[in-house]
Every structure is written in C-alpha cells, then in structure tokens.
Design a protein around this ligand. Structure first.
Ligand code: ADP
Length: 264
C-alpha cells in the first residue's frame, strides 16, 4: 500500500454547541494517488468533510492530517496549497472576468511568478480541453465548460489532492460524463489523489475505494463492486444502486453469463 496522504482520526464536528453533531468519531485514511468516492444521502456529512479538509471548518474533536500536517488555523495556507476544491455551482467559483484571469487567480494568491502563471494557464486549460477559451467571459460557457475551467484552476496550484464536491450535480448526463472523464485523465497525468463527493452511486464506479457516510458516521469502506453488492443495505440508508448493477445481477441469477468490464 502506498503512503497515507490524508488521515481523519476520530473526528467529530458540529456547527455550534446548540446543534447536534454532524460528524461523529469519523476515522479513515486516503492514500497517495488514490481515488476515493464519498457517498451518502443528503445531510449525511459529506460536504462538511470536504470543508474540514480545506480548513474552511475545524473539528471540535479529533485530528485531520494532510501529508502529516495537522489542519488548523496556523497551517491553513499551507493546507490550501495541498488541497484543491471544485464545488457544485460553477457560477459561485468564478472570480475572473476571463477564463485565463480565473485560472490565474488562485496562483496569484499563492505568490506564483508571472512566467510560471502563464505556463500553467496554458498547460492546465489544455489538460481539460479549454485552451481555446482563454479570453472568454466565464458566463458565456456551458455548465460543463465552467466546471472544466474550475478543475484547471485547481490543477494550476499543483495540489496533492483534488476534491470534487457534487461537482457534476448541476450538469446534464452528457456534461456529467465529460467531467468524470476529464477528472480521470487529469488525475493520472498529475499524480493526484482524488476525492469525489456525490449522492449518485453511478459516479463511484471508477473510484478505487468508496466511503459510505450515514448520519455523520462512516458506515462502510470498500471497493465499488463490494459496495454495490449490498443493495438492500444501501437502500435502507437512502441510496439507489445503479440500474446497470441490478441488471447484471439479475441476468447472472437467470444463468446468463455477464462479462463485467468495470466494478459494475
Ligand atoms: P451532505 O453534504 O452529506 O448533504 P452536509 O455536510 O452538507 O451533508 O450536512 C450535514 C448536516 O449539517 C446536515 O444536517 C446539515 O443540515 C447541517 N449543516 C450543514 N451546513 C450547516 C451550517 N452552515 N450550519 C448549520 N448546520 C449545517
């Protein structure tokens, strides 16, 4: 097994003392170059995990380590060089007036020199297939294109881990497929760990491992295929198994040989 990149150690979190705990004693590790999907129904604590990983929130109990460094107020700027985030609504993450300004923004904040910035804008927009849109105003782009620019902006700061928090939720199925493909490609090319947060089981197929959250607790951790085998249990916590997985099982039960290419 390769090196640990992220350690969640007995993490508990609540938004205020008057409110209930939204994460309860959560522990898990994520390794270098691993793709982990975090799934769970709405309100199970997934986005809170993403925010804790980026120092937008801090746990009241337990510890979070990224590459051996504890996430806290002192380390937060270092942490944000290591962890890049892409959120659900592409319109909320644009700050530049053009695509290239937007990709430059995160680098400016982190003190990159101009020459490096120009190189990184080009290479990373190319990596997501958006090299022809350097001077385009972001609001002219489709939802999928916006998310690809957001991914390029994250890649430009060369993080060790990229987190996509429901990043495809506002896209149509075509846009969704394109983003998952882009993510899979750039991850391999950039030697990156990837955390994709979703409530859509269809999106976990390509991940190396799945962490299933339920009511603020880590409910299961396993390879996608093992997770899909627990259909009834998944349903009991409000998750729908993809139709393709059900079909494959039913065909097999009926004696029809099924060639499974991926985890399905
Ligand atoms: P998920 O991403 O799985 O939908 P979240 O992490 O967003 O779950 O939310 C977990 C719980 O925390 C939910 O009960 C939600 O209502 C609550 N919550 C989320 N954000 C806030 C906030 N800013 N203030 C108070 N409660 C919050």
């Amino acid at each position: 097994m390769s090196e640990k990149l992220i350690e969640f150690r007995d993490v508990s979190f609540r938004y205020s003392e008057e409110q209930p705990w939204v994460l309860k004693n959560c522990s898990f590790d994520i390794y270098k170059n691993e793709w982990v999907a975090i799934i769970g129904h709405n309100g199970s604590g997934k986005s809170t995990i993403a925010k804790l990983l980026n120092g937008l929130l801090y746990p009241q109990e337990g510890q979070i380590l990224i590459n051996g460094m504890e996430v806290n107020q002192d380390s937060v700027w270092e942490i944000r060089k290591e962890v890049g985030m892409v959120f659900q609504n592409p319109d909320n993450q644009f700050v530049g007036t053009t695509v290239q300004d937007d990709v430059a923004f995160g680098m400016e904040n982190r003190g990159f020199d101009r020459k490096t910035m120009i190189e990184k804008i080009e290479t990373n927009l190319k990596a997501v297939g958006m090299q022809d849109y350097l001077l385009t105003e972001p609001h002219r782009l489709s939802g999928g294109q916006k998310q690809r620019v957001a991914i390029a902006s994250v890649l430009a700061i060369s993080p060790r881990v990229m987190i996509l928090d429901e990043a495809t939720a506002m896209l149509d199925p075509h846009g969704r497929g394109e983003i998952m493909e882009t993510v899979s490609e750039v991850r391999q090319r950039n030697d990156l760990s990837l955390i994709t947060i979703t409530h859509d089981l269809q999106e976990v197929v390509q991940a190396d491992r799945v962490i299933v959250m339920n009511e603020g607790e880590v409910w299961q951790e396993a390879a996608p295929r093992e997770i899909f085998e627990k259909k009834e249990e998944l349903r009991s916590i409000g998750l729908d198994v993809p139709f393709a997985a059900i079909l494959a099982d039913e065909l097999q039960l009926a004696g029809v040989p099924v060639a499974r290419k991926g985890p399905l």
